[in-house]
Design a protein around this ligand. Sequence first.
Ligand code: AMP
Length: 118
Amino acid sequence: MIYDRSNIFARILRGEIPCKKVYEDPYALAFHDINPQAPTHILVIPKGPFCSFADFSAQATEQEITGFIRAVGLVARQAGLDDSGYRLLANHGPDSHQEVPHFHVHIAGGRPLGKMLA
Ligand code: AMP
């Protein structure tokens, strides 16, 4: 799949449209989901042009992967979710209903989330 530079998260990364930013470093940007499914629902995206987890896990450098994973953990910790718990979710491809073709991890928490795919 060829990366679509006009996708909404690419536009957020370029500063063309706003987001409710909660964290940024050289590897990742994190912001509140516009349509939250839980009291805390944050999206973490890598800075590089990766379509999905499949693309990121295969093509990203070790530094990009390490930096991104550390950022996800930091954002969840800073959101105060370490003790109560949280769910990470990343969609890839049609069966997953991935809507935005820039790799992103959802961090959801702030209430009991129920069974995994309920
Ligand atoms: P996915 O189905 O995994 O691709 O999830 C895409 C997510 O992006 C959804 O939860 C949307 O609510 C969220 N979303 C779409 N546009 C924006 C935006 N401009 N700012 C923040 N979140 C967004």
